[in-house]
Design a protein around this ligand. Structure first.
Ligand SMILES: [Zn+2]
Length: 433
């Protein structure tokens, strides 16, 4: 396998990645290109766009200016800080409750509603249908979280159409880590991206039409996109704020912790050192483990690559992260296997045909083995030439203990994590609803 000379991504990284003559990947180049953008100009575009929608909605007698889909995470908090705080819009927040919640996620979502004083529509998927769909999609495409990517990308549009709110604002575009698009493309939401990326090419009808699925269109209501006419009549538009503002995830996380009481995970996690993101669910660990079983890399690679691009981590430190996290079997897998009613053997069998032959092979005993890892590419030619200047802010240092788990340096939390009845909890418990 080829690996980026600067970060840790392999050539088979998803959704797609390319390497240049220096062996540097499109994700690293995308990150670098942010320095060439006139962000002051982009900010003016954003202010004008938001102002225009605010005026339009007020003219139409609607007091909601836009929809902000939220999970309650750091990006949701930061987005509301901007939309409501900086730009003075009145957003309607929409959450798709996927039933895979942590106590911490519920706490952070409540925190967001309370701190920002916003209205929230929380659409809860029927857990019985979620179980059937997740089980079916693990077998069909190796994805346990299809329903919540589909739900997050559909329910806000259903509400937009019903409540006549034509603007939906998301934080980051999915293609940024591997540089799928240029920042000059000003990518917006399209139905195609929803279907091909978020839903893996599978629409509700495809599931209901498979007699073996046992899943009905009623089970799939939350994932049915409004018609083209409904979207066109209202002129619904979905934008990504990272096209308009220089996005510094770490700085934003610190801000929402300090200013708005966002809470991070209270202890180490199975698949990444980052305790400040994806705090609302455990299934992400299983989702990410599936990525490893299919493509041979995981969130250790993703999160460490980001730090390397900012110069807060060396490639060598990143390789140690990969060594520790990428292959780790998450403890949440036991919970989800029970939830799905599957054995681990059935799970492994379902994933078998989806393993990328460029990185997985069976050994003489029929056991799957990864054939390579970035761990074996620490001294590849071009690595030294590809390095970025190093920052004084080292990712794995005590000053970042609220955001990243560092061995021997316990995270700092306020202990504010509560369960639904208000009792303190560890924050990492499972909460279905
Ligand atoms: Zn790279």
């Amino acid at each position: 396998m080829r690996y980026c000379a600067r970060c840790l991504y392999p050539l088979n990284a998803k959704p797609t990645i390319i390497f240049d003559d220096m062996g540097i990947c499109s994700g690293c180049r995308h990150h670098e290109a942010r320095a060439t953008i006139d962000w002051a100009e982009r900010e003016r575009w954003l202010a004008a766009l938001l102002g225009e929608y605010k005026a339009k909605s007020r003219e139409a007698g609607n007091l909601y200016d836009c929809i902000v889909p939220v999970s309650g995470g750091k990006d949701s908090h930061y987005l509301l800080h901007l939309i409501k705080g900086t730009y003075g819009l009145n957003p309607l927040c929409v959450t798709f409750n996927h039933c895979f919640n942590t106590a911490l996620g519920i706490r952070n979502l409540n925190n967001l509603v309370e701190r920002f004083e916003v209205d929230l529509v929380r659409f809860t998927a029927n857990p019985g249908a979620v179980r059937k769909i997740a089980r079916y999609m693990v077998k069909r495409v190796g994805d346990i979280t299809w329903h919540y990517h589909a739900g997050i990308m559909t329910v806000p549009f259903q509400i937009a159409v019903k409540w006549k709110i034509p603007l939906i604002v998301w934080p980051e575009h999915y293609g940024e880590p591997t540089g799928v698009f240029s920042l000059h493309d000003m990518v917006e939401f399209t139905k195609w991206v929803r279907q091909e990326h978020d839903m893996r090419g599978v629409e509700p009808e495809d599931i209901a039409n498979d007699p073996a699925s046992g899943i009905t269109m009623a089970d799939l209501m939350p994932y049915q996109f409004p018609s083209d006419d409904e979207i066109a009549d209202l002129g619904v538009r979905g934008i990504f704020i990272t096209n308009y503002l220089y996005w510094d995830d770490k700085q934003h996380s610190e801000l929402v912790i300090d200013k708005y009481g966002f809470e991070t995970m209270p202890g180490p996690r199975d698949r990444t050192f980052k305790i400040s993101s994806k705090t609302d669910d455990h299934a992400n660990h299983v989702h990410d483990y599936l990525k490893y079983l299919k493509f041979g890399y995981g969130r250790g690679t993703d999160d460490a690559s980001t730090e390397i691009r900012y110069g807060r981590m060396t490639r060598e430190e990143g390789i140690e992260i990969v060594r520790r996290y990428d292959a780790a079997r998450p403890w949440a897998l036991d919970f989800y296997l029970e939830f799905l009613g599957m054995t681990e053997a059935e799970f492994e069998q379902a994933v078998g045909p989806m393993r990328d032959p460029a990185i997985w092979q069976r050994d003489g005993h029929g056991r799957w083995q990864v054939t390579d890892s970035v761990v074996n590419h620490a001294k590849d030619p071009g690595v030294d030439a590809a390095r970025v200047p190093q920052s004084d802010d080292r990712a794995l240092s005590a000053r970042n203990r609220r955001l990243y788990y560092v061995e021997g340096i316990p995270p700092v939390t306020s202990g504010a994590v509560m369960d639904a009845s208000g009792r303190p909890s560890g924050g990492d418990r499972f909460v279905i609803l």
